[in-house]
Design a protein around this ligand. Structure first.
Ligand SMILES: O=P(O)(O)OC[C@H]1O[C@](O)(COP(=O)(O)O)[C@@H](O)[C@@H]1O
Ligand SMILES: [Mg+2]
Ligand SMILES: [Mg+2]
Length: 329
């Protein structure tokens, strides 16, 4: 498949951009394009709800826990409902694995795409008006369309993704995604109800001066991670930690930097989930020229075993990730 990457001007609407990119690929059927539109639409609805969360009583816990044993926030559940509804109505997705649902949602339709989604990332920041996000990965199903979804359809290596992206609900709302032909960012203009191309062909700086890790867990870090944190300090780097993966990742994508959620005593496998957090951001960062590792393996080559499997994450500027994981040698 030829990759032409014709640059479209800033201000191009998402719809026009998707259409244009689809036309560039002879074999494109439009289904993936429609799926991206469905996700963008659900993002608009969730964005509107986040903006008035404090007024419509959707902040705070809902009183139940998800499969990870985390207290579900009302917005976790609401965002989950919104994305599942948009994907169900759209008909391009055949199955969804979500952070908020223990099992796969098999949509039993003719769709050919499997979605892994973190409907609301940065839940601990919802109530305090700090940026949060949504993270998604798209795979083609293995098994024939119309047959029951299998675990294998969902437990695919990150390198099999056909698309991945995130929504960032921050000082402005953005959609950033890749289909394996570069990374593009769109800013949402709520008064027009449209996403506009604002960050074409995003490239992460090869090196940076920002390290992002929750140092509160320092005592439980492995020695290589402690050594890297000391290395950052002795090289007068800046510490930045928002506590919303999408927001910390996005900053580093623009400015250069590294985000680390290591293995800790509390969570020996780390905290972040391979299927709907790490794989998507690893695909994006590699498409933007960066790197993503669990300290020893390339994230995109890890074979998932479980839907909600956790892995340590080292992600960001190429030179910084290489330096960080070199402490494991
Ligand atoms: O509070 P900690 O342990 O530093 O964890 C913060 C990390 O956990 C997360 O909130 C996990 O994601 P969810 O909010 O989707 O569960 C990340 O966004 C964030 O980077
Ligand atoms: Mg998350
Ligand atoms: Mg979440």
């Amino acid at each position: 498949m030829e990759d032409s990457r014709i640059a479209l001007p800033i201000g191009t609407t998402l719809d026009r951009f998707i259409k244009k990119k689809q036309d560039e690929f002879q074999y494109a059927t439009g289904e993936l394009s429609q799926l991206l539109r469905d996700i963008a639409l659900a993002g608009k609805v969730v964005n509107r709800e986040i903006n008035k969360a404090g007024l419509i009583n959707i902040i705070g816990p809902i009183g139940s826990q998800n499969i990870q044993g985390e207290d579900q926030q009302k917005l976790d559940v609401l965002a989950n409902i919104r994305f599942i509804r948009a994907l169900t109505k759209g008909g391009e997705a055949c199955a969804i694995v979500s952070e908020e649902d223990e099992e796969i949602t098999d949509l039993q339709n003719e769709g050919k795409y499997v979605i892994a989604i973190d409907p609301l990332d940065g839940s601990s920041n919802i109530d305090v008006n700090v940026s949060v996000g949504t993270i998604f990965s798209v795979y083609r199903r293995f098994t024939p369309v119309g047959t029951p979804i299998t675990k294998e359809d969902v437990l695919q290596k990150g390198q099999e993704q056909v698309a991945a992206g995130y929504l960032l609900y921050g000082s402005s709302t953005m959609l950033v995604y890749t289909t394996g032909h570069g990374v593009n960012g769109f800013t949402y203009e709520a008064s027009l109800g449209e996403y506009f191309l604002s960050h074409p062909d995003m490239i992460i700086p090869e090196d940076g001066k920002i390290y992002s890790i929750n140092e509160g867990g320092y005592n439980g870090f492995e020695k290589p991670v402690k050594d890297y944190v000391e290395y950052c300090k002795s090289n007068s780097m800046s510490a930045r930690y928002i506590g919303s993966l999408v927001a910390d990742f996005h900053r580093n994508l623009l400015k250069g930097g590294i985000y680390i959620y290591p293995s800790t005593e509390a969570s020996p496998a780390g905290k972040l989930r391979l299927l709907y957090e790490c794989n998507a951001l690893a695909f994006i960062v590699e498409q933007a020229g960066g790197e993503a590792s669990d300290g020893r393996r390339r994230i995109l080559e890890i074979q998932p075993e479980e839907f909600h499997q956790r892995v340590p994450l080292f992600i960001g500027s190429k030179k910084m990730v290489e330096k960080a994981i070199s402490f494991y040698n």
